[in-house]
Every structure is written in C-alpha cells, then in structure tokens.
Design a protein around this ligand. Structure first.
Ligand code: FES
Ligand code: FES
Length: 152
C-alpha cells in the first residue's frame, strides 16, 4: 500500500507493507536512519519522533497509521542544516557517548522544552523516563537539558 505523509516539512510518499512499523518505514523506505532501533518494543525511546506534535515511539506506530500525518524526526529538529540548541547542548556537555540513545533523547528534550521552558529536575526526569541510556549515567544528559533550557 502507498502512504503519503509530511516528514520534516516535506511531503513524502512510500510504498509499505501494511504490517510494518513507522520506524522501519522512516529508516528503510524514507532514508532517515536517525531514529534508532534498539528494542522495537517501546521500552528504550531510541526511536522517539513527533507525530502531529506528540512524542511517540516510532516502533510502536504502524507506518499505515502515519498516513496523512505530520512527522518530525531527529533529522528535522534543526533548521537550515545547523544544529538545534538542544543538539549543541548535548555535544557541549558530553551527554553523548555511544550515541545510540541520543536521537531519541534529543527529540524528547525538544518536546519537553516546547512544553516547559524552565523544567524542574522532576519534570526532566519524568519527560525522559522513557529514554534509556546505557552509557552516561544520565548526569550529563541532565546537564544538557538544563543548558538548553537556560538558552531557550
Ligand atoms: S526501538 Fe522503539 S522504544 Fe526502543
Ligand atoms: S550514550 Fe550510549 S546509550 Fe546513551
């Protein structure tokens, strides 16, 4: 079946199998490998994207369900080929080690700061509770979110 959707501001079409996930379609049909596939079970958040402005795990959404909807992936958070302030903050604070969790954390943090300009530590903890990181111990990630918030 064919789906038509808006991804990072561009109208895109893809030929998909009806049972495949949005994550698969983004990575394999639409050439957007930024969203990572770590668990494919909605547990790790590495595949987080915005669908009509809401944070979702792309591995839990059928590609067919995204037909006609608007997606923002990590490739689309920054304008004009530069880095988004959240991406800059993650790089500056050393919040990226292996980087596998980073795209999902970036999208989740962009979503958080759109809702709360000065999030408390509890708000940060809650907002990122669906994003697992095996490397950093989370302290640097908190530093990155606080830095990005201070510049927002
Ligand atoms: S790959 Fe989607 S939540 Fe882990
Ligand atoms: S930096 Fe490696 S999983 Fe988070």
């Amino acid at each position: 079946m064919k789906i038509s959707l808006t991804v990072n501001g561009e109208r895109r079409e893809a030929e998909i199998w009806p049972g495949e996930s949005l994550l698969f379609a983004l990575r394999e049909r639409l050439g957007l490998p930024g969203s990572k596939n770590a668990c494919e079970q909605g547990e790790c958040g590495s595949c987080s994207v915005l669908m009509d402005g809401s944070l979702v795990c792309a591995c839990l959404v059928l590609a067919a369900q995204a037909d006609g909807h608007e997606l923002v992936t990590v490739e689309g958070v920054a304008a004009n080929g530069g880095l988004h302030p959240v991406q800059e903050a993650f790089a500056e604070t050393g919040a990226v080690q292996c980087g596998f969790c980073t795209p999902g954390l970036i999208v989740a943090t962009v979503d958080l700061l759109a809702r709360s300009r000065e999030p408390s530590d509890d708000e940060i903890r809650e907002a990122l509770s669906g994003n697992l990181c095996r490397c950093t111990g989370y302290a640097k990630i908190f530093d990155a979110v606080r830095l990005a918030a201070s510049r927002a």
